[in-house]
Design a protein around this ligand. Structure first.
Ligand code: G3I
Length: 347
């Protein structure tokens, strides 16, 4: 009995050191950059400002950052006549100094709106001007510095209808097209994306989004691609064949696809923790494999860096471990699975 537990401890210790030396010699960034593939993580203000280790992981392992919250309407445009670019400016500067791309998130959304916008009713003309000024001020501020924007975020319901939000109610469905045109006027070189969740498999929502993107492109509206958030859970199995089929149809019409906000919840499973982490690793690599199977898909971005800082525990009220690095910043099985998928698919 004692012998058995000594042997298993030795195996665990050797595995730990093997993994440690693997991590010391390799990085996701190194393997992705060789093939011009974008591997990224979203960045939160408080660890960005206070935590050097967090920033070290960012620049070591990723060649792209997404600004998680600080370019949302309420954050960047808190009063009708004033903007606050302090934190996103620091993030953009950090990215430039470390030769990383930046995704701007997000110009038009139903959530994280400032009180000045939601506390009263505006006419169609007023709200159209507000949105146009907002988009052109924010995109203009970062002209030449932000590689891609999530122009419109989460505009569809699961049944494929447009979500009721202040933009639809006051401006009408053309707010989507207008937003792309205004963003393009402000920075003609930035890539412009529509971004949503539950749109990776073939379903009513993903069909509606595909048809919208196709129709915008056919009309000459400056849309470059669609983002697939990919917030996931190990207890919900995904249909990877459908995901590949979906990415392929974008490839066929010349639009890009990106995995923009991936994380994988483990809190709903009854399995032991080690098994959950293995299931999570598999989900990360299978999703990345589906992306890499299509030439349309050129980015894989996780929604956060380490399990120490993730939106999920706040949102679900339960502990979780959804990312590639654990709370001590150690790479998890999911990290290694992502590395292997990149290594296998990128030449
Ligand atoms: O920073 C303040 C802190 O000072 C305050 O004490 C605390 C009290 O609630 O709030 C903190 O701000 C929170 C912020 O996250 C930073 O952690 C906000 O309340 C909270 O609403 C905000 O949530 C963000 C959420 O979007 C709403 O904007 C999450 O971090 C962010 O991960 C989440 O991201 C969304 C994407 O934009 C779109 N796709 C889904 C994704 C997950 O919901």
């Amino acid at each position: 009995m004692i012998k058995k537990s000594i042997i298993s401890s030795c195996v665990l210790v050797s595995l730990f050191f093997l993994f440690k030396s693997f991590y010391e010699k390799n990085s996701l960034r190194e393997i992705s950059s060789k093939s011009n593939f974008n591997v990224g993580a979203s960045v939160l203000a408080s660890p960005f400002l206070e935590d050097e280790q967090y920033k070290n992981i960012l620049k070591r392992d990723f060649n792209l950052i997404t600004i998680e919250n600080d370019l949302k309407f309420a954050k960047v445009h808190p009063q009708r006549d004033s903007y606050n670019f302090v934190i996103p400016d620091l993030m953009v500067k950090f990215a430039k100094e470390n030769n990383m791309k930046v995704r701007g998130h997000t110009l038009v959304w139903h959530a994280t709106l400032p009180d000045w916008l939601t506390d009263r009713k505006y006419s169609k003309e007023e709200l159209t001007n507000i949105l146009k000024n907002h988009i052109q001020t924010v995109v203009g501020h970062y002209k030449g510095k932000i590689y891609a924007w999530d122009v419109v975020n989460e505009a569809y319901n699961d049944d494929g209808t447009l979500r009721e939000n202040i933009w639809l109610q006051t401006i009408g469905p053309e707010y989507i097209e207008l937003a792309f045109r205004w963003a393009h006027e402000a920075d003609p070189d930035a890539l412009l994306f529509y971004n949503d969740y539950s749109n990776e498999e073939i379903n009513k929502k993903s069909n509606a989004i595909f048809n919208m993107a196709k129709s915008l492109k056919e009309q000459g509206v400056p849309i470059d691609g669609v983002g697939f958030q990919m917030h996931s859970s190990i207890t919900y199995k995904k249909n990877y064949e459908q995901i590949k089929e979906n990415f392929k149809r974008y490839e066929n019409i010349g639009l890009k696809t990106q995995i923009t906000e991936m994380d994988v919840k483990i809190q709903h499973s009854n399995k032991p923790n080690q098994e959950r982490l293995q299931d999570q690793a598999k989900m990360y690599s299978e999703t990345l494999n589906a992306c890499l199977a299509s030439s349309s898909c050129n980015a894989f971005i996780t929604w956060g860096v380490t399990d120490k800082y993730s939106w999920i525990p706040d949102y679900t009220g339960k502990e979780d471990a959804p990312l590639l690095f654990d709370t001590d910043y150690k790479p998890k099985p999911s990290y290694k699975a992502v590395y292997r998928a990149l290594q296998k698919n990128l030449k």
